[in-house]
Design a protein around this ligand. Structure first.
Ligand SMILES: [Zn+2]
Length: 345
């Protein structure tokens, strides 16, 4: 049975509050201000991204400043809410120590070169800033042990109430290790064990992905599924087959493809049906429901009062569906994003 309790989420971009390497009392104060607003919105899960120093995806136990980070976690716990750290099992920043120290963990194309995910190629306007700095890392390599160890530390040393996993949607061939896709399923399985042993929760992002065999296996292990409303949702069935065989070449062609896709997508990202129509959102919910009856969190990149109202209205009507607040930075040429939660107070 699906319980009709609303346990909403708040997806926090940590760098909006603090990127100081010193103890940051102002950042903590700003966060506390927004945390109280979030609480009024019925937030249960506070999912925090980019708490890791210098935006080093892959290094989830190196916060900008440990004391600031711990103070923020304490505030969340004092309000009776859950702290869920962002992690990503398939991507790593090119400026991270991991990328430099463990080249053998990287995904390799057929020419032996590292490459990056496809969002940067298909939605360059939205993903320009960070995506090209991320390379695919292989869950079928020994990276899995390093990643697992970090999850344990987040749970045991930082008191995380669960783990959030992003980007389980990459479907590519890795020439360096036996099986990338199987690696994803295995790494999720192991995180699930670690989380379950501690009676905590695993939140998995569906990444707007076509529900292939791998995605179905992965989503069945989630205690909570975050539905990321993405225009890619329409295309992934077709894309999967192109990307699986040609993903590495698409990356090689990014200098031509990115501007072309940017031109074709112009302005369409935030107004695509997946982000703007309740009908499309309900369709996605029913697809996910065929796989799992876990609670769902609706996440939209349209972080305007309109966009947030839409997901909260859908969540209101649907059993077991909650919404997830988000505050992006301003998009280039579009100044309507909510940066702090104050406009929602
Ligand atoms: Zn590999």
């Amino acid at each position: 049975m699906i319980l009709n309790t609303k346990e909403n989420g708040w997806f926090v971009l940590y760098h909006l509050y603090s990127t100081s390497l010193n103890y940051d009392s102002q950042g903590i104060k700003d966060f506390h201000h927004d945390l109280k607003i979030a609480k009024r919105w019925g937030i249960k899960y506070v999912v925090i991204e980019d708490y890791y120093r210098n935006f080093c995806w892959g290094e989830y136990t190196c916060p900008w400043n440990k004391e600031t980070f711990k103070a923020i976690i304490e505030l969340i716990h004092n309000e009776g809410l859950d702290f869920i750290p962002y992690t990503n099992p398939t991507e790593v920043a090119t400026h991270s120590k991991i990328f430099k120290k463990y080249p053998q963990w990287m995904v390799r194309d057929r020419g032996g070169k590292t490459f990056t995910g496809f969002l940067s190629v298909f939605f360059p306007r939205y993903y320009r800033e960070f995506d090209f700095q991320l390379k695919l890392i292989c869950p079928a390599s020994n990276w899995k042990d390093c990643y697992l160890e970090q999850c344990r530390e987040l749970l045991d040393e930082y008191g995380a109430d669960g783990i959030y996993m992003d980007r389980v949607d990459h479907r590519i061939k890795c020439s360096a290790h036996p099986n990338f896709e199987e690696g994803i399923v295995k790494i999720v399985k192991r995180v699930k064990e670690v989380v379950k042993e501690r009676n905590k929760r695993l939140i998995i992002n569906d990444c707007g992905m076509f529900l292939d065999k791998t995605m179905r296996k992965v989503l069945r292990m989630a205690d909570v599924i975050l539905i990321e409303l993405l225009p890619a949702g329409r295309l992934t069935h077709l894309l999967k087959f192109i990307l699986y065989d040609w993903g590495d070449y698409l990356y090689k062609m990014r200098k031509i493809l990115s501007p072309l896709m940017d031109f074709l997508n112009k302005g369409a990202y935030l107004t695509s049906p997946q982000l703007a129509s309740s009908k499309a959102i309900l369709k996605r919910i029913s697809k996910i429901r065929e796989v799992s009856s876990s609670p769902l969190l609706l996440f939209t990149h349209r972080a305007t009062p309109q966009g947030l109202n839409l997901i909260s209205e859908v969540a209101e009507q649907e059993e077991g569906v909650s919404f997830c607040l988000f505050q992006p930075e301003k998009l280039k040429g579009k100044g309507e994003g909510i940066k702090r939660l104050s406009p929602l107070a």
